[in-house]
Design a binder for this molecule. Structure first.
Ligand SMILES: [Fe+2]
Length: 233
């Protein structure tokens, strides 16, 4: 079981992650949306309960390292300079270092540290490629990109679902794992989306999850109770 101290730390990290989402993506739902897509895609791919569980929590906290990136860089409306990119590219490792300090979730650190790696080895921070990248990180990269493309950012406006899918497909085999991409595109089919999420500019965004079923419930699973990988959610 988690100690009260660990439980409080994890809650603090989740709140911090939400705060970062609000600052970076306006609506504050980025990590939650990404985590639900990651969980659904993991199920679709037949990942183990442990992989799905870890991937879900890594997604919930994947951007926590942006706490170490200056806000003017996170909110810059134009392209980043070389120096600014150097700082931005630190966030996977900063996030990984943060979660490593808690025994109960330290195992999600490799997923967080590698969520900006690319399938062809051209990503960062380590240039991992193919199956060297943890499966959770390969799923997370897709969900992260889809949510970023379909929501407003400081540097560009939201694009449509179809435009996002076309963009993901263009990067199949280079940025993204082609097998995982196929499963992900089935998961994000608009006919599965029901609930609307309000965004800061007044438009409504579609929820990534179906409502009314247990498997696709928007309610996150309980905080991790043990370090076991066998728990189902
Ligand atoms: Fe993200």
């Amino acid at each position: 079981m988690l100690t009260i101290r660990e439980n409080n730390w994890i809650r603090l990290l989740l709140n911090l992650s939400k705060y970062i989402d609000i600052n970076v993506s306006y609506n504050g739902h980025h990590s939650e949306s990404v985590a639900q897509w990651v969980r659904c895609t993991g199920r679709k791919l037949g990942c183990s309960d442990g992989e799905i569980y870890d991937s879900y929590w890594a997604a919930m906290l994947h951007d926590i390292g942006k706490i170490g990136v200056p806000y003017p860089i996170l909110s810059k409306p134009g392209p980043l300079t070389k120096k600014e990119w150097q700082l931005m590219r630190l966030h996977p490792l900063i996030g990984s270092n943060i979660v490593q300090t808690l025994d109960s979730i330290s195992r999600i650190a490799p997923i967080i540290s590698s969520h900006q790696e690319k399938y062809d080895g051209s990503g960062y921070p380590s240039g991992l490629q193919g199956e060297e990248i943890p499966v959770g990180a390969r799923i997370l990269a897709l969900a992260d990109a889809y949510d970023a493309i379909t929501n407003d950012r400081y540097y560009r406006q939201a694009r449509t679902h179809d435009e996002a899918v076309a963009e993901l497909n263009r990067n199949s085999g280079t940025h993204f794992d082609p097998i995982i991409l196929k499963a992900f595109i089935e998961i994000i089919d608009p006919k599965w989306m029901k609930t609307s999420y309000p965004s800061r500019n007044g438009k409504n965004k579609k929820s990534p999850v179906r409502s009314g079923t247990k498997e696709y419930s928007a309610v996150p699973p309980r905080l991790p109770a043990t370090a076991s990988h066998s728990r189902s959610q």
